[in-house]
Write a protein that binds this ligand. Structure first.
Ligand SMILES: NC(=O)c1ccc[n+]([C@@H]2O[C@H](COP(=O)([O-])OP(=O)(O)OC[C@H]3O[C@@H](n4cnc5c(N)ncnc54)[C@H](O)[C@@H]3O)[C@@H](O)[C@H]2O)c1
Length: 347
């Protein structure tokens, strides 16, 4: 397949680009190169014969039409988004622009191109979303694909809006759309404003490790390479009109997670004195912070034969090692706007 991947210079998108090329697909990487992008993430495939990069904003319909016409993709894997919840609290406008309006323009550009080609059944538009659209899940409960939406942050509200648009474009126009909702991703190349890299980088520089509230918020954790494997599986085998939940089946509280990371660092790069966990500092909670997300991945397991293969312990080990071995990558990103500062307090 030739896959048009949006957001391919970001964290998950770049993993998708690398994996798609490794599997023998051709890739057109469409990315606006916002503060969250890093072309170094795809440097390993930049010279591959099946790889092309197009710098474009998904809100720019003219650019999208040109890119579809020039590259003639067989499928779209849509990952481009504003993705950081804390930033969505401070500046929601960019989230509405990219996640809602940009997704709309991409759907429309894909529909026009698909119409033009005689509406091939084999075409796919895969819209990538989050488990945060289901809102906070009560203890013992779990979100499956039939759970009602209850988004509560500006980020999740814009993702929910774009999920509804994607499904409507299938129902109304017949565009072969598949949607997936996944849990919290982690792994190499994650931008240093998300929880796991923040913990690792603060620990390594001897700075306080901020834990929001009392650290009891619970999340399911999904290793990024497992996620990308699932995304390509959905793209290759998913049924148009269907949604697939992708979860790592690895739930833990934020405080437990931070302690696990500190324990990995203690063994891989011990401090002169004490444990990295001595740096943990409880800070004011995020406004509207959802207590728990939990996602049921039974459908993708039963229908597409996919299940996460990397345990949280192994994934954290691989992730901590990667950050220790790739200092140049993250040192270069620390100067970017807002990185390392507390954002999203609505203060
Ligand atoms: N990271 C997670 O844990 C997680 C969990 C669930 C769902 N998701 C979803 O997965 C997708 C990728 O997330 P990520 O963590 O890799 O994000 P990221 O912030 O690391 O990367 C986003 C990429 O999109 C690009 N982009 C942003 N606005 C754009 C625009 N207007 N036009 C073109 N490109 C633009 C950025 O330049 C960047 O390269 C997002 O849709 C996100 O909502 C992420």
């Amino acid at each position: 397949m030739k896959i048009l991947i949006t957001g391919g210079a970001g964290f998950i998108g770049s993993a998708a680009v690398r994996s798609a090329i490794a599997r023998g697909h051709d890739v057109v990487n469409v990315d606006a190169l916002t503060y969250a992008a890093c072309l170094a993430n795809v440097a390993s495939v930049a010279e591959a014969p099946g790889y092309a990069f197009e710098r474009a904003d998904i809100c720019d319909r003219t650019a999208l039409d040109r890119i579809f016409a020039a590259h003639r993709p067989d499928a779209v894997l849509h990952l481009a988004a504003e993705s950081h919840v804390d930033r969505s609290i401070d500046r929601p406008a960019a989230f509405v622009d990219t996640n809602v309006v940009g997704s709309f323009h991409l759907l429309e550009a894909a529909r026009a191109y698909w119409d033009d080609r005689g509406r091939p059944e084999s075409f796919r538009f895969h819209h990538v979303s989050t488990d945060e659209v289901f809102g906070s899940v009560a203890p013992g409960g779990i979100s499956d694909e039939r759970t009602s939406y209850d988004p509560r942050s500006p980020y999740s509200a814009t993702k929910a809006a774009s999920d509804h648009l994607a499904r409507a474009w299938h129902t109304t126009y017949g565009l072969p759309v598949v949607v997936s909702n996944c849990s919290n991703n982690y792994g190499p190349y994650q931008f240093p404003e998300k929880l796991i890299p923040v913990v690792i980088l603060n620990a390594l520089s001897g700075r306080e490790i901020p834990v929001y509230g009392d650290g009891s918020h619970r999340r399911d954790w999904l290793f990024v390479e497992d996620h990308v494997d699932a995304l390509l599986r959905v793209l290759e085998k998913g049924v148009p009109g269907r949604t697939y939940n992708i979860g790592g089946e690895s739930e833990c509280s934020n405080l437990e997670l931070v302690q696990k990371i500190c324990a990995r660092l203690d063994s891989l790069q011990p401090r002169d004195r004490g444990s990295y966990s001595d740096l943990i500092s409880f800070v004011a909670d995020r406004p509207g912070h959802d207590a728990r997300y939990a996602i049921d991945p039974s459908r993708i397991r039963e229908e597409l034969g996919w299940r996460a293969t990397v345990s949280l312990e192994d994934g954290l080990e691989r992730t901590v090692r990667w950050y220790l071995e790739n200092r140049d990558w993250w040192l270069a990103l620390r100067g970017r706007n807002g990185v390392g500062k507390r954002l999203g307090t609505a203060g």
